[in-house]
Design a protein. Structure first.
Length: 253
C-alpha cells in the first residue's frame, strides 16, 4: 500500500511512525528535503539506514518542507531505481512521491522494470498535461487523474508559487502536524499474522482497516483492492470475483 509522509516547514519527523510504515512497506525507501540551496534526496533498500539519514538531513534543514516514502511494490522491479522520490523529468529542482496505483496510461509494459510512478515522473507529468500544477484548474485536473491515490511534489523551481504541494490531501491523515497518506504509520496492535499481512486490509481510498474483509471491495467506500477503482466503476472481470480469487490477486499485487 506504500506510506507517503509529508512534513511542512518547521515540523520534525516522528521516527517511530516512519519505522511502522517501513515495517509493512519493505520494497525500498526514500526522502527529499528542501534546503536553502536545493533539494537533498536519499534512497535505499535498508529502512533503518534511510530513516537515520533522513533524520540527520532534516535536523540540519528544519525550516523547509520534506517528504518520506516507504514502498510496497505494485508495478515494476523491487530496486533502488524504483524508490521514491523521482525527479520531474530531468529537473533536479522538482521531485515527487506517490501513494496508490496510477492510471493505465503510465503503467509499465511487459518487461519494463520501471514503476508506474517512475514512468509518470519521467515521461508523462513533465509535459504538464493538466496545465500548471499550482493553478486551481491544474490541481483539480491532476487530482481527478490521480483518482484515489495521493502525490506530494517538492520544488525549488521559481516558476512554482510554493515549495510543496500535496495532491488529494483530504484523502490522507493529519496528525501532530504531519500528513500521512494512510494509517500505515500507526503501531501494530493485532496478532503476528495481522501484522505481517496488514497491507491486505488497508483501503488506500478511505484508510479503513478491515481484518474481516474477504471480498475484493472495501466495505466502507467500495474501493477495489485489485484495480484501484471505486465500485461500480471497477473494471475487473466480475466473473472471477469470488472471495478466494480476490484474496489471491490481492496477495500478488
Amino acid at each position: 500500500m506504500c506510506l507517503l509522509t509529508f512534513l511542512p516547514s518547521g515540523v520534525n519527523p516522528d521516527i517511530a511512525a516512519l519505522r511502522n510504515g517501513a515495517r509493512v512497506n519493505r520494497d525500498g525507501h526514500g526522502f527529499a528535503v528542501v534546503t536553502d540551496t536545493g533539494i537533498l534526496v536519499g534512497r535505499g533498500m535498508d529502512a533503518e539506514q534511510v530513516i537515520d539519514d533522513f533524520s540527520a538531513v532534516r535536523s540540519r534543514n528544519p525550516h523547509h518542507p520534506a517528504l518520506f516514502h516507504s514502498r510496497y511494490a505494485t508495478h515494476g522491479a523491487v530496486s533502488i531505481d524504483n524508490c521514491h522520490p523521482f525527479r520531474l523529468g530531468r529537473d533536479n529542482r522538482t521531485v515527487l512521491a506517490h501513494n496508490g496505483i496510477l492510471p493505465r496510461r503510465v503503467q509499465p509494459a511487459p518487461y519494463d522494470p520501471r514503476s508506474d510512478t517512475r514512468i509518470a515522473a519521467e515521461t508523462y507529468l513533465p509535459r504538464k498535461p493538466f496545465g500548471p500544477y499550482d493553478t486551481i484548474r491544474g490541481r483539480r485536473c491532476l487530482e481527478s487523474w490521480l483518482g484515489t491515490s495521493k502525490l506530494v511534489l517538492l520544488t525549488v523551481d521559481p516558476s512554482f508559487n510554493e515549495n510543496a504541494y500535496v495532491f488529494n490531501e483530504s484523502a490522507g491523515i493529519w496528525e501532530a502536524g504531519i500528513w500521512y497518506s494512510n494509517p500505515g504509520y500507526r503501531p501494530d496492535t493485532g496478532s503476528g499474522l495481522r501484522r505481517s499481512r496488514a497491507w491486505l486490509y488497508v483501503c488506500e481510498a478511505c484508510g479503513d482497516v478491515d481484518f474481516s474483509r474477504r471480498g475484493r471491495y472495501c466495505g466502507r467506500c467500495g474501493w477495489c483492492f485489485h484495480c484501484a477503482n471505486i465500485f461500480p466503476h471497477c473494471d475487473c472481470d466480475h466473473r472471477s470475483s469470488t472471495p478466494a480469487a480476490a484474496l489471491h490477486r490481492n496477495t500478488i499485487r
